[in-house]
Design a protein around this ligand. Structure first.
Ligand SMILES: [Zn+2]
Length: 258
């Protein structure tokens, strides 16, 4: 008979409070994929595990098999990404990558490459790498590892090699589209040469190399738009955490203290 308890290294993707003091945690585990567990009494002040039951916590969890949901019985923190917790923009980016992992995975389908990707992105944010670069790097590698890599070498429609000119971006055909094909479509988003090169670079780079990419305001916006439309097309829904990121970006900056 299988053991009733097991240990799992995991990152908390999201949480849902219910009843008086209980919480459901959606864990993305390194070895068992996405698992929903219940943490009983976690919201009481006396709970020893409360600190491990927040979104974006990385810990080794002790779990007991339950009839419907497994039950959290213990936790040892591996990383709480402390620096990230003081910066709203980084937290919003952390929620964004966690939400995408949640959307791209089914329960109990193990994917160590996706776990590594999520962990790398959170560590990068925690280390203070710029959130837009981490998010776009994450988008490209998530799509690649999930079987949805955007076409960046040839026109996704006619398969001719893309010329070094403004092309187009069309998620419905699978990525970049050549200027000739783009003329036959009522509306397509222009894809600048530097945005195309940045997308290619993000896809072949690890995060430290990607972080060297210099993204000015216009390029940041263009990459954000292209990947957002692509992800929305693949998922057939909006990504809710982008709303918070947009609000933070549009917020007036505090005047410097003189
Ligand atoms: Zn074409």
């Amino acid at each position: 008979m299988a053991s009733r308890t097991y240990r799992a290294e995991a990152i908390v993707l999201k949480t849902n409070d219910f009843a008086e003091a209980d919480r459901i945690l959606v864990l993305f585990t390194r070895h068992f994929g996405k698992v929903r567990v219940v943490a009983k009494g976690i919201r009481r002040a006396t709970s020893r595990m409360a600190g491990h039951a927040e979104p974006l916590t990385h810990a080794t969890y002790q779990l007991a098999r339950g009839r419907e949901l497994d039950v959290l019985t213990g936790a040892e923190a591996r990383a709480i990404y402390p620096d990230m917790r003081d910066d709203l923009a980084l937290i919003a980016a952390g929620w964004y990558v966690a939400e995408l992992v949640d959307r791209f995975t089914a329960d109990r389908v193990p994917s160590a490459p996706l776990f590594d990707l999520l962990e790398t992105a959170l560590r990068g944010l925690d280390a203070g790498l710029p959130a837009p670069v981490v998010c776009r790097w994450f988008d490209m590698h998530l799509l690649d590892r999930s079987g949805f890599r955007p076409e960046l070498a040839v026109c996704a429609h006619c398969r001719t090699r893309l010329a070094e000119e403004t092309n187009a971006w069309e998620p419905a055909v699978g990525g970049a589209m050549c200027a000739t094909c783009a003329k036959k479509v009522a509306y397509v988003a222009p894809l600048t040469v530097r945005a195309l090169k940045s997308l290619r670079y993000l896809l072949v780079s690890d995060l430290p190399d990607a972080a060297r990419l210099q993204l000015d305001h216009a390029l940041t916006g263009e990459l954000d738009r292209h990947l957002r439309t692509f992800l929305r097309y693949v998922l057939d829904r909006d990504i809710s955490s982008t709303r918070l990121m947009d609000e933070l970006r549009d917020m007036p900056r505090a005047a410097p203290v003189s």
